[in-house]
Design a protein around this ligand. Structure first.
Ligand SMILES: [Zn+2]
Length: 94
């Protein structure tokens, strides 16, 4: 079972890779299916980072994360149902 620290390291790798896909294995299941999507106000450049694995549906969330250029951003002004891409209901690692 991957720890929060393991996820934090993978998050850093994914963050540095933006706008490219991270291509780092999931710390939990090892698949190359990690996703990093920000929800926020792109004009302010700060948002909530959702970082998860599409295979095992585990991950972490980072509040008040700086949104880098080229990141996938869901606009906070859209209603939650209209925000794209959709984020699955994944399990937060604590
Ligand atoms: Zn996984």
């Amino acid at each position: 079972m991957a720890t929060w620290e393991d996820w934090q390291i993978a998050y850093s790798t994914a963050y540095e890779a933006i706008p490219d896909k991270p291509h780092t294995p999931c710390p939990n299941c090892g698949n190359d299916t990690l996703r990093l999507v920000f929800t926020g106000d792109s004009s302010r450049g700060i948002g909530y980072a959702a970082f998860w694995c599409d295979t095992c549906l585990q991950g972490i969330g980072i509040s008040r994360a700086p949104i880098p250029d080229g990141a996938t951003v869901r606009d906070i002004h859209d209603t939650p149902e209209d925000r794209r891409p959709q984020i699955p209901n994944y399990t937060l690692v604590s």
